[in-house]
Design a protein around this ligand. Structure first.
Ligand SMILES: Cc1cc2nc3c(=O)[nH]c(=O)nc-3n(C[C@H](O)[C@H](O)[C@H](O)COP(=O)(O)OP(=O)(O)OC[C@H]3O[C@@H](n4cnc5c(N)ncnc54)[C@H](O)[C@@H]3O)c2cc1C
Length: 382
């Protein structure tokens, strides 16, 4: 390292890091050397993924091209995944991806920022739902899901399929609506759709009025709701906790995610569930030169949901604090909102909006969501 030059390493190109890159593109300190370690040349925006499934958007519409953004920020791209951090040695282990040649085995840093999202841990998934890792298609990583989706459509065009989505949170609800829309319009007639909640009502955590609206839309589209846990998956079949078996050609998983296993031995302070513990400055509570945001992080001082909305909101303060930390300037506290606007798309160009106890729905809500999503994408297109 040259005298006075500091290395900033960004892990992942999630919602907060694209904002950090955009901020660096406006002006990067000459003595800051920036590297991004991330596996794909694009960031797939989850908010528009159900719209891709429904046929409203192309794959490209849902992608932020990272290379132009990194180039504008003067950042170097290492194509790969982090698979270990040694916070004492300031070292990140690299697993190359995408057939990348010449990726280093490890990267060093002075300042580290983590925005790699949450993962579906295959070992934990398999323990809770045997067969799922082999026979089901998980929504994460989204890049893999969007690559496989055209094959689901091919099958659905060849014959009447039975499709089930396991997980009835926002992602699962949007996914089953979107799949129903796509297959009803372009698939073989007679397809069946099921949403498996795991036990509770659909859209747990939302106001009862939102749940009623979701249930009404599900009924209108002939989507069956099963309030049971899925306990296993095999070829052509799902097993449920009540002993029932459900014939299923296309099992999709939109269940809760986990913290990445590679954080365990990092030496960073972690929450009970294994997420990076951060303070109000989005700074690790154990290592002042490490920051984290999005689904991989956990605020030690307050609880808020893990969602794209919160990851996006963390972008500007994260960008500010990384530059402030580099320049030994005071950090700014990030105050996440108590409520966030949630917009659930229902497959057709119809959506349900909720904000705390308030809720509304209609075609105009879908249009509103589309404007917000397109606006987000436009900010990062170069
Ligand atoms: C179908 C679906 C729809 C959703 N819709 C909404 C919505 O409408 N509103 C909302 O608020 N939330 C929504 N969510 C939730 C939202 O997707 C997540 O909360 C959000 O993506 C978290 O953002 P993030 O920045 O933490 O990580 P991500 O967006 O997951 O980005 C992580 C980045 O890190 C990279 N990466 C991953 N692993 C590694 C590694 N080991 N090393 C280096 N890089 C890595 C990835 O390639 C990616 O670039 C939805 C989720 C799903 C599944």
């Amino acid at each position: 390292m040259h005298h006075g030059i500091k290395k900033l390493l960004l892990l992942g190109a999630g919602h907060a890091h694209v904002e950090v890159l955009a901020r660096l593109a406006q002006g990067r300190p000459g003595n800051l050397d920036v590297t991004v370690l991330t596996p794909y040349p694009h960031q797939t925006y989850s908010g528009m993924t159900p719209g891709f499934v429904a046929g409203h958007y192309s794959e490209d519409d849902c992608r932020i091209a990272l290379e132009p953004l990194m180039r504008a920020a003067g950042a170097r791209w290492v194509q790969g995944r982090c698979n270990g951090i040694d916070a004492e040695q300031r070292l990140v282990a690299v697993q190359p991806s995408g057939g990348a040649q010449g990726a280093p085995a490890s990267l060093t840093y002075d300042l580290l920022s983590i925005d790699t999202g949450a993962v579906l841990d295959r070992a934990r998934l398999e323990a809770g739902m045997p067969g799922a890792a082999t026979h089901a298609l998980p929504i994460r990583p989204i890049e893999a899901f969007t690559t496989f989706w055209p094959q689901v459509m091919e099958l659905a065009q060849a014959r009447a399929v039975s499709l089930a989505v396991v997980g009835a949170g926002a992602g699962g609800i949007e996914l089953v609506f979107a799949a129903e829309q796509a297959i009803r319009l372009n698939g073989h007639a007679g397809a069946r759709f099921t949403l498996i909640t795991g036990g509770p009502e659909v859209a747990t955590g939302y106001a009862p009025g939102v749940q009623r609206r979701v249930l009404r839309q599900l009924k209108r589209r002939g989507i069956t709701v099963l309030r049971e846990a899925c306990t296993g998956v095999s070829e052509g079949e799902l097993r449920l906790a009540n002993g029932a078996r459900l014939a299923c050609d296309v099992p999709l998983l939109a269940i809760g995610t986990h913290a990445p296993a590679w954080l365990h031995d990092s030496g960073l302070a972690l929450s009970e569930e294994g997420h990076v513990q951060v303070n109000k400055f989005l700074q690790s509570t154990s290592h002042a030169n490490v920051f984290a945001a999005g689904d991989v992080a956990n605020r030690s001082d307050q609880i808020h949901p893990r969602s794209g909305v919160y990851a996006v909101r963390a972008g500007p303060p994260l960008a500010h604090n990384l530059l402030a930390a580099h320049e030994n300037q005071p950090l700014k506290a990030h105050h996440p909102p108590r409520h966030s606007l949630n917009l659930l798309s229902c497959g057709t160009r119809h959506a349900i909006a909720s904000y705390g106890p308030l809720h509304l729905e209609g075609a105009w809500v879908w249009w509103w969501k589309d404007r917000i999503d397109q606006g987000f994408m436009a900010r990062y297109r170069r």
